[in-house]
Design a protein around this ligand. Structure first.
Ligand code: PLP
Length: 387
């Protein structure tokens, strides 16, 4: 039996592949420092776990509304209205199993063969995967290290065409940790305001930042009705395994996403949504402590990387990734990432796992303890000295 042709066009995430290789080495007795996977190394806050346990005892174990429970959609709308400074109608909120379905469903609903989709490169690999899967035309725009890994706005402008259906923004960004400056967001809004396109603003790291709060294009005049805002619970509440996220979008697109949800998941798990209400309406001290800890690690880890010969690591403004330029080592990103895993016992990702413009970089997730991060720096230093 042959798979459908479209399966030739779908890509995967290298992070999971590297994890498998690292685990295989561990099974042979090797010690590996894991800096490849993008998930907080913190536990989900206890009051959220307790809310889920209570919900199970109370019988929140059945199908719920496809779009999500009204109480959770109201909590999301209130939280996003506050943080983005723009009124959100709970009817425009779709609760789905994770942030990823807000890439998958709206793109499935919007992209026709031949439609152009602009997205950051290096960027989250699922963007390009979905564009190719749907026979859209991928239009990668390079991120510029000297601009804090934002776009060159002239390059972005030159890529817009009558065929552009979707522009994907991601800030704070995976894999670079870059945050798009508010002035750039305003300039991008001016570029696209009168165009017949949608913006997918991936804000899954919206609350993990170390300077000014990241600007959202949805906050700007006339932009909410053109924006699909993706956010969720995975990163900020350390809930990656719970599978719950949300999208905020115009009602005509929310209706389409609901149809796709009926055809795939029916609904997001009911007891999980009760935990989501507890997360948004409950105390926020644990997420804040987590971000403060990430900041400490960022400072120490990036200082360590900057001290390595051939490495140059700009200080990331958000998320929990360091994206050092490693061209000074004379090795390609893939070779260095492979050799760090097999020879130094440090698992990280090649910048090219995020697209061709990731050549010359590595991605490290610093969602690991400070001692492990410093151990990784030591191991890399020894590797570079002895190679
Ligand atoms: C930029 C970006 N968007 C979306 C997601 C997906 O998040 P979730 O695990 O909630 O599906 C991730 C996860 O790594 C991400 O890095």
């Amino acid at each position: 039996m042959k798979l459908a042709k479209r399966m030739d066009r779908i890509l995967i995430e290298t992070a999971f592949e590297v994890l498998v290789r690292a685990r295989a080495l561990e099974a042979q007795g090797r010690n590996i420092v894991h800096l490849e996977i993008g998930e907080p190394d913190f536990e989900t806050p206890k009051h959220i776990v307790d809310a889920a346990k209570r919900a199970l005892d109370e019988g929140w174990t059945h199908y719920g509304p496809t779009q999500g429970y009204p109480e959770l959609r109201e909590a999301v709308a209130a939280s996003v209205s506050r943080s983005r400074g723009v009124p959100i109608d709970p009817n425009n909120v779709c609760i789905v199993p994770g942030g990823k379905p807000i890439l998958f469903f709206p793109m499935l609903a919007l992209i026709e063969p031949g439609d152009e989709v602009i997205y950051p490169n290096p960027g989250f690999p699922i963007y390009e995967s979905m564009v190719r899967f749907l026979e859209g035309v991928p239009v990668p725009v390079p991120l510029v290290e000297s601009r804090g890994f934002s776009f060159d706005l002239d390059v972005l402008r030159s890529k817009l065409s009558d065929k552009t259906k979707l522009l994907i923004l991601n800030s704070p960004q995976n894999p670079t940790g870059g945050v798009i400056p508010a002035d750039d967001i305003a300039a991008i809004a001016d570029m696209v305001r009168d165009r017949d396109l949608m913006i997918l603003s991936d804000e899954i790291y919206s609350r993990i930042y170390y300077g000014e709060p990241p600007a959202s294009i949805a906050s700007l005049p006339g932009m909410l009705e053109k924006t699909i805002l993706l956010d969720g619970f995975s990163k900020i509440y350390a809930m990656t395994g719970w599978r719950m996220g949300y999208g905020i979008m115009p009602h005509w697109l929310a209706d389409a996403v609901n149809k796709l949800m009926v055809n795939s998941n029916s609904c997001t798990a009911s007891f999980t949504q009760r935990a989501g209400i507890a997360a948004l309406n409950g105390p926020q001290d644990e997420p804040e402590t987590m971000v403060a800890e990430f900041r400490k690690r960022r400072d120490a880890f990036c200082a360590g990387l900057n001290d390595l010969p051939g490495f140059r690591c700009p200080l990331p403004e958000g998320a929990f990734y360091a994206f050092p330029n490693i061209t000074g080592t004379g090795l390609s990103s893939k070779e260095l990432a492979d050799r760090l895993l097999t020879e130094a016992g440090v698992a990280c990702l090649s910048g090219t796992s995020f697209g061709q413009y990731g050549e010359g970089y590595l991605r490290f997730s610093y969602a690991n303890s400070l001692p492990n991060l410093m151990e990784a720096v030591d191991r890399i230093r020894k590797f570079l000295a002895n190679r």
